[in-house]
Design a protein around this ligand. Structure first.
Ligand code: G1P
Length: 297
């Protein structure tokens, strides 16, 4: 029997400089899509996939993140007293049990591979997930759950994958495909942020991974790669050289790059339009401004 994936690492140590000045005092992961912080979407997705332990790799200035995951007994009491049951339920649904969540400090910004490596002592000899909360994925069946189901068949290592325009491939980890089986591809190699003319394909890695603990062994040895950083992609690629399976999984769903302002705005609109309490107003407003812009052209 394959070991179940019950732990997930959330690398959240990045400074979020693209969102300055907001990120001067608010961690990027706490910024809200409609009314939920970015990180809540990742937690909900992880829970749906059977994750029981949530490991956050943080850095200085991320205190608000720990506070967000704390219980709020006073607030709960207030809402109870006022009979605001719906809000109380929303609040309580974000509570984390004691011991369910752990925080590790990444003391220096040495890259994604290094951030994951910082959590090595909390993962034993078991497969684990890595989730990058910047990549928000709207899907009928949450992306990580789709991957866990696929992983039960394949084992090995699995990364979420998505076709991107060829000129954008150099912003991603890119897969060199050995065999294309449709929703799944077998991977022959992986390159982190290849120069435009060297990308082996336009199938990009998106921030969801299911990894074998062997990846830590590779991270122990790996030197800095693309951008002078210790890259997770390079450690996963070593699995292939050792003859262990690496698969790309073309998930069903829409991915928003919430690490970019434009992606964040698009996600805000899309999530707003998917909400019963907001969609009419928002749709009306979008029509209005689009027609006003057309008329002004
Ligand atoms: C990271 C990974 C990259 C992956 C991307 C997905 O890059 O290193 O392989 O394609 O996330 O969002 P970053 O966007 O942090 O530079």
């Amino acid at each position: 029997m394959r070991k179940k994936v019950t732990k997930a690492i959330f690398p959240v140590a990045g400074m979020g400089t693209r969102f300055l000045p907001a990120t001067k005092s608010v961690p990027k992961e706490i910024m809200t899509l409609v009314d939920r912080p970015l990180v809540q979407y990742a937690i909900d997705e992880a829970r749906a996939a059977g994750i029981k332990e949530f490991i956050f790799v943080t850095s200085r200035g991320k205190g608000a993140l720990e506070d967000y995951f704390d219980h709020a007994p006073q607030l709960e009491q207030e809402l109870r007293k006022k009979g605001k049951d719906e809000l109380l339920d929303i609040l309580k649904s974000t509570n984390m049990d004691s011991g369910e969540i752990a925080y590790i400090r990444q003391h220096r910004a040495l890259g994604l591979g290094h951030a994951v490596w910082c959590a090595r002592r909390l993962i034993h000899n078991e497969p684990f997930a890595v989730m990058l909360p910047d990549d928000v994925i709207a899907a009928e069946k949450p992306c990580l759950q789709q991957m866990v189901e696929a992983y039960e068949e394949t084992g090995g290592n699995m990364v979420a994958a998505m076709e991107v325009p060829a000129e954008k491939a150099s912003s991603y980890g890119v897969l060199d495909v050995e065999e294309d089986m449709g929703s799944m591809v077998k991977v022959r190699g992986m390159v982190e942020k290849p120069p435009a003319d060297e990308a082996p394909s336009n199938l990009a890695v998106i921030g969801r991974y299911i990894l074998s603990p062997d990846v830590f062994r590779h991270l122990n040895k790996i030197k800095s790669g693309a951008g002078g950083e210790i890259q997770l992609t390079d450690a996963i690629a070593r699995e292939i050289t050792e003859g262990n399976g690496v698969y790309g999984y073309r998930f069903r769903g829409q991915r928003f790059d919430c690490g970019s302002k434009s992606g964040f705005l698009q996600a805000t609109v899309a999530f707003g339009l998917s909400r019963d309490d907001l969609k009419d107003d928002l749709e009306g407003y979008l029509h209005e401004i689009m027609s006003a812009r057309k008329a002004a052209e």
